[in-house]
Design a protein around this ligand. Structure first.
Ligand SMILES: Cc1cc2nc3c(=O)[nH]c(=O)nc-3n(C[C@H](O)[C@H](O)[C@H](O)COP(=O)(O)OP(=O)(O)OC[C@H]3O[C@@H](n4cnc5c(N)ncnc54)[C@H](O)[C@@H]3O)c2cc1C
Length: 373
């Protein structure tokens, strides 16, 4: 059996690893356009729930990653200089490059063939082709998938900084041009991710549409001066972008199947893109375990198991992203506590009763202030 995996991101590497471990005789090959140590962005964050599934489905990977992660038991909202901590909302983070290097090492040890620096122009030839080649997937573009994309209007840019933040934080700040929000968290001892987001009108009024990288960083450093503690923002292919909400009604075509961001994108505000990429990889491997080498049966089993979960999460992530699309109006209307409550209930999945169970200290303040009434 020849398995070709397009893309050495979290989805492609984890699937290749699990598939090769399951069937040592299979030829499992990963094809990646970049060199092994190249990565965009800085850190990735996982919710506590995301780590629990990894502990269950890939315990050795979980044990190794847990030792390398930064973790915090709370999430924080900062608005009008007031800090609101939300208990019971634990997260862990790791440098994206560390995560990928570690997966590459496990793949090498398991006997996965990895070819870096090879850009695919078409789906490769194999018995099964796994399209784990991200948002602009060539495998998806090779026909039969009917992708649908909705572009969000907000602009965002992914920076890093040496400022050490206490926990996963959303900081809202106003400027002469309009409202900004930063999503930031520490992902190793001395580095943090710092994603800046604003609406299109603010982005243009600030002149960010015309600024070069240095100008853009300087502008954001000034907006978030109170939070950065004098530390600079750092670029890594950091360009202002719009987020595409992508999904595919068709998951596989012939012997080609999509996983991870190639299959669908989940807005970064739910922090679960990498988790979902991992879960897809685990589910696809499990389908091979159930259906063996009968490729159509494997791909059908994969979709049967995964689609209901993914569709539900896609709806929640989309609701979360729409919340950000009008965050300036919410910032203007709500104080810090009310904004934090509005944020926590944004996707419609978290009801007040459930929030009282998972975040009792936060909800005590909310109830005392009459916010949820
Ligand atoms: C601003 C931002 C912040 C994010 N923050 C988080 C976060 O905190 N936590 C989280 O879990 N997720 C986060 N994500 C999402 C996360 O990065 C992705 O969901 C995740 O990386 C998906 O993994 P993947 O393996 O499917 O795709 P990718 O990581 O995109 O990997 C795809 C791979 O395929 C390769 N490739 C593409 N085309 C070709 C080709 N033609 N030939 C060969 N190789 C190719 C690429 O080089 C890449 O290595 C964020 C995303 C953004 C944009």
């Amino acid at each position: 059996m020849r398995v070709a995996v397009a893309g050495a991101g979290p989805a492609g590497l984890l699937f290749a690893l699990l598939a090769k471990r399951r069937r040592a005789a299979w030829r499992v090959e990963v094809l990646e356009q970049n060199p092994p140590d190249a990565t965009f962005g800085f850190g990735v964050v996982f919710s506590q729930g995301a780590l629990e599934f990894l502990a269950r489905d890939a315990p050795d990977l979980h044990a190794a990653l847990a030792a390398r992660m930064e973790s915090w038991p709370v999430q924080r909202i900062v608005h009008r200089d007031e800090r609101i901590d939300i208990d019971g909302n634990g997260f862990s983070a790791i440098a994206r490059l560390d995560l990928l290097r570690f997966l590459q090492q496990l793949c090498r040890e398991a006997g996965v063939l990895m070819r870096f620096g090879e850009r695919l122009e078409a789906a490769p030839d194999a018995d099964v082709v796994v399209g784990a080649d991200g948002l602009n997937s060539v495998v998806r573009g090779s026909g039969g998938f009917r992708p649908q994309v909705e572009w969000l209007n907000n602009r965002f840019v992914w920076y890093g900084t040496r400022q050490r933040f206490d926990c996963l934080t959303l900081t809202f700040r106003g400027s002469a041009a309009g409202a900004f929000v930063a999503h930031h968290y520490r992902y190793c001892g001395d580095m943090s991710t710092f994603i800046v987001e604003c609406d299109e009108a603010t982005w243009r009024a600030a002149g960010l549409d015309r600024m070069d990288d240095a100008g853009s960083r300087a502008y954001c450093e000034q907006v978030f001066a109170a939070d950065l503690g004098g530390q600079a923002l750092v670029s890594n292919n950091s360009i202002w972008r719009r987020f595409p909400l992508l999904h595919n009604p068709v998951w596989s075509s012939g012997n080609r199947v999509l996983i991870g961001d190639a299959l669908r994108s989940m807005h970064f505000s739910i922090g679960s893109g990498t988790r979902l990429a991992f879960e897809d990889a685990i589910a696809l491997d499990r389908a091979f375990g159930e259906a063996g080498q009968d490729v159509p049966a494997v791909l059908a089993a994969f979709e049967r198991e995964r689609r209901p979960v993914v569709d539900k999460l896609f709806a929640a992530a989309s609701a979360s992203s729409y919340w950000y699309e009008d965050f300036p109006a919410r910032m203007a209307r709500l104080d810090a506590l009310a904004l934090a409550y509005d944020y926590m209930t944004r996707s419609g999945r978290m009801r007040p009763e459930r929030l009282r169970q998972v975040a009792p200290a936060f909800m005590q303040k909310v109830d005392a202030a009459g916010v949820s009434a």
